[in-house]
Design a protein around this ligand. Sequence first.
Ligand code: NAD
Length: 396
Amino acid sequence: MDTVARIKAAVIREASPGERRVALVPDAIGRLQPAGIDVLVESGAGDGAWLPDAAYADAGASIVSAAELYRTADVILTVTRPSPGALSELRKGQAVVGMLAPLADPELAAALAARGVTVISLDGLPRTLSRAQPMDALTSQSNVAGYKAVLVAAGEYGRFFPLLITAAGTARPAKVLVLGTGVAGLQAIGTARRLGAVVSGYDIRPSSKDEVTSLGATFLELTSVGSAAGEGGYARELTDAERQAQQDELTGHIARHDVVITTAQVPGRRPPLLVTEDAIKAMSPGSVIVDMGASALGGNVSGSQPGETVVTGNGVTIVGADNLPATVPAAASAAYSRNISALLLHLTRNGELAIDTSDEIQAGVVIAHDGAVVHPGVASLLQRAEGGAGVDGPSH
Ligand code: NAD
């Protein structure tokens, strides 16, 4: 007989404007149930990803109203930060699991901790740990974003990406430059190559050269700046002198490309400016830039705004990419669902959440528990903010 305790994990309907992803797809439900996890789904949660309530019900979930969800759930599953209204429903003993960007918004974790809510964020995962890879939502969503960035660029570009030889003439292939060749950048390179473009990639971490060339792209080497490899495979922030040298040298390269896709991020910092106003002025009319680093704090490209497309006086289209994974909602949700399910299974013992921050994975993802912010990085940001030092525009 089954004597295992059971917890209720509930999928909310995402509320941010334009957000079409959903935290779990129906396929996940059968994998969670044997571990003592019953799934509740807020009615309409999957609509944006073409997953109707009936698909969840058929897979064994209970379809509930928002009110019932917050009243009965033990664990709330979300893609991004829930709305203020939803957050105010959370109560002591409940847990929320999602991509909550606690480094960008440590106050959210503090407010939930004060109410006794356990806060678990996938963006804190130790990504280089091989057993954590199935849970790596930053990677899965960056892959989707890198792919879509190329399609967005191709859509804005007034010519072909591939070499086309037809009776009406020969079109030369587009020259695409990808700045920042982490997960999103490498996926962008692969996608642009598949569309037939001639692709170059550049990153401040020289170790990415082999990855770039193995995809059939050329690695751009700058002579004026060396390596800025930081901790954990990430880049460090450049000094002012390095940044200036990088911008100056990149300007010449940028002008020789038709399409530039920027993905550069430095954890805990605002995205570095790689494409300056001078670089944009040097580009040919009809060129396209997609800035995946676009944020309210500024992006990789001078003048880009998240969610906005502008055409400059010299005819360069600049797309401020905003939540690209949400624009590929079925694929992004399927991947995210795998990530969050793997994490949930890792956190669950005998039908209960077993919080244990001595575990390396949990130490990264558990942000608040038992009424306190337990994640050292988030706690120190809060202390700095209390001391008046402020928070310098984190990227994740
Ligand atoms: P990210 O989103 O933090 O940044 C994107 C890229 O921007 C990085 O490659 C970074 O080096 C680059 N960048 C930052 N500042 C720059 C500048 N001034 N000029 C040019 N490029 C700049 O990075 P990410 O995609 O999350 O990946 C970061 C690293 O983590 C990579 O080394 C990746 O291979 C590694 N990673 C490893 C695993 C794993 O081991 N399973 C999983 C995911 C990522």
